[in-house]
Ligand binder design. Structure first.
Ligand code: ADP
Ligand code: MG
Length: 593
């Protein structure tokens, strides 16, 4: 990738120096301006999975802020930019707070409403010149040079594009970046690893808005005039279209998309009216058809194809050594770690967990068994805060004290030292095995959720990155996946994906490990290796609660068993006792007789 990046910079730098016709420079300027907005959409939509039709409104905010301030008060465009960024960030933060917590279609709808209302606001405010807009916007002064011409502005525009590319790549390739990339998984996994998903969504929303604002600022000083037209909803849709066509999941997709759509639009605006013998924005129809075709045949966008032609190397590479991460003190053997007291979960009329009681002690492996639908996974979800209890209490030992955790969110529970795997694996299939596991170490980074983002963008996170990736590698080696660090997680066999989840959970540095059917899909040898690992963990003082259907595996491994049927505990005791229990035999064999 390095070489192609340098080649790209050389081409970009040569274009205005060579006797390139003015017309091409103009086009290249627009491509740059659109790319900056589309790059924001890569972060927001392609990576974060949040769709926004309202980016053009943020472009407008940036353009109008500087337009108004520089023409009315004669202040420097640079102050105009900073003011625009502050306003945009504040507005985006507010909109983000209001809409990000809502799921599904609320965000796109919210951004449409926002895009429309700002457009009409620009057009109706006297001090912004109504639909005529503002004129006489001054040029930008950079180190004593006044950027009067398009050719001069070109350098600044493409410098911003390059900086945005580098910033986004740096961010995505970091601890907060992995958390952002994990958002698409739906949030349950990310929260279970300690990621504040609501905050991460607001962060990417604000960042995308700020990029759009900077594009608007450049636009205003390139055109020297602003009016509402380029900031309407149709422009918002076009930006999204560029990102999707190019490949919203890749930074280079944004630039490719902006380039293709700009060139195509230019050609179509020229050809189509001639062809059809009438005036109109017919290119919109062509774009519409293209979008449908693309979504049907190439959802990843065109960059996905280009990418295959370029040499690939893994984004995150684990070091051979790094400073060890701080670890949690283990509980004293025999201490009660988890206490479940009359825990109940109802889904409407269905009682999935019926007033369940049991305990887990430090250094114990407890098996939770029972037929399908008995409520085992639901019990896991109650302990890890994925689902709230209907009633009852769950207590967990942290800092030497048993404390109630049934009122905590899963993000807070993992902080206390409970980590889990999922019965239906939840991993990011296009991320490497190493990066997936590093998500588990999210809470063990050196930076918080604000400084972490800033340091990642500026690449001042080396030490943190090395430590987290080394930890991920260590845990992967421990579970026997050390030779697959850089494979795509989605390419692993299902059994290996379950093992990957164990490594990810171990990265949380838990004192209690919850494993939901970890041996399903494993071969005999792999099951033996897993049993060995769990034995070793127990030896180190770890407590494990395990759901598993393979009875040989469970009987040989566990210290005690809790048996559930239809949400109710029907037996508890040593594996041998439980094996002979009438009720248990009935539950397992009852239907067969
Ligand atoms: P197990 O893991 O023991 O196979 P589960 O805990 O997955 O069982 O399910 C217990 C019961 O609760 C099942 O009848 C299941 O259909 C139901 N159930 C589980 N999760 C939900 C949910 N989110 N909403 C409604 N019903 C659920
Ligand atoms: Mg289950």
């Amino acid at each position: 990738m390095r070489k192609s990046f340098i080649a790209f910079i050389v081409v970009v730098a040569l274009l205005p120096i060579l006797p390139t016709p003015e017309f091409w420079i103009t086009l290249a300027n627009y491509i740059g301006l659109y790319s900056i907005v589309a790059l924001g959409l890569v972060l927001l939509t392609g990576v974060g999975g949040l769709t926004s039709f309202g980016q053009a409104a943020f472009v407008g905010l940036g353009a109008y802020a500087t337009g108004y301030l520089t023409t009315q008060f004669g202040i420097s465009p640079w102050i105009g930019m900073l003011t625009g960024i502050v306003i945009t960030a504040a507005v985006a933060f507010l909109i983000g707070m209001l809409t990000m917590r809502l799921s599904g279609h609320y965000l796109p709808l919210g951004t449409i409403a926002w895009g429309l209302s700002l457009y009409y606001l620009f057009g109706n405010l006297d001090f912004l010149g109504r639909y005529d807009g503002l004129t006489g916007i001054p040029s930008i002064n950079l180190f004593g040079y006044t950027l009067n011409t398009g050719r001069e502005m070109y350098f600044l525009i493409w410098l911003v594009v390059l900086l945005a590319v580098i910033a986004i790549q740096n961010l995505l390739n970091s601890r907060p970046g992995r958390a952002i990339r994990a958002l698409k998984g739906g949030g349950v996994m990310a929260e279970a690893m300690g990621v504040n998903t609501a905050w991460m969504k607001i962060v990417i929303f604000v960042m995308a808005a700020v990029l759009a604002c900077v594009s608007g600022w450049l636009y205003a000083h390139l055109q020297r005039t602003v009016n509402p037209t380029p900031f309407g909803l149709n422009a918002g849709i076009e930006y999204l279209f560029m990102a999707v066509v190019g490949g919203a999941g890749y930074v280079w997709g944004a630039i490719l998309g902006a380039t293709l759509i700009t060139l195509l639009k230019d050609q179509l605006q020229f050809i189509l009216p001639k062809l059809l013998g009438a005036n109109g924005n017919f290119e919109i129809i062509v774009f519409g058809v293209m979008l449908v075709l693309l979504l049907q045949n190439a959802r990843e966008g065109l960059w996905a194809f280009v990418r295959k032609l370029l040499p690939q190397k893994p984004q995150a590479i684990a070091p051979d050594s790094a400073a060890p991460l701080p670890t949690r003190a283990k509980h004293a053997r025999g201490e009660t770690v988890l206490q479940v007291i009359n825990a109940r979960k109802q889904f409407g009329g269905l009682v999935a967990v019926n007033d369940l009681n049991f305990e887990v002690k430090a250094g114990e492996i407890i098996g939770l068994i029972g037929p399908n639908g008995a409520g085992k996974s639901t019990m896991f979800n109650l302990v890890t805060g994925v689902l709230p209890v209907t009633r009852g209490e769950i207590r967990f030992r942290s800092h030497g004290e048993l404390k109630r955790i049934d009122n905590l969110s899963s993000r807070e529970i993992v902080k206390l030292g409970i980590a889990r795997t999922f019965q239906h694996v939840r991993l990011m299939s296009t991320m490497s095995v190493l990066e997936n596991v590093a998500i588990g170490a999210h809470l063990r980074g050196a930076h918080n959720d604000v400084t972490g983002i800033a340091t990642s963008i500026a690449r001042l996170n080396r030490g943190e990155e090395q430590a987290l990736l080394f930890e991920a590698k260590k845990q992967l080696e421990r579970v026997g996946l050390g030779n697959m660090l850089y494979e795509e997680a989605g390419s692993l066999a299902l059994g290996q994906q379950r093992i990957l989840e164990i490594a990810r959970a171990l990265c949380c540095d838990p004192t209690l490990l919850l494993l939901d059917e970890p041996a399903a899909g494993l071969r005999y040898k792999e099951k033996q290796a897993l049993a060995e690992l769990l034995n070793k963990l127990r030896g180190e003082g770890m407590s494990v609660l395990i759901v598993e259907h393979d009875m040989d595996f469970v009987m040989n491994l566990t210290d005690r068993l809790v048996v559930m049927e239809f949400g109710t505990k029907i037996a508890e005791g040593l594996p041998l006792e439980v094996q002979q229990n009438e009720a248990v035999l009935e539950a397992y064999l009852g239907g067969v007789e």
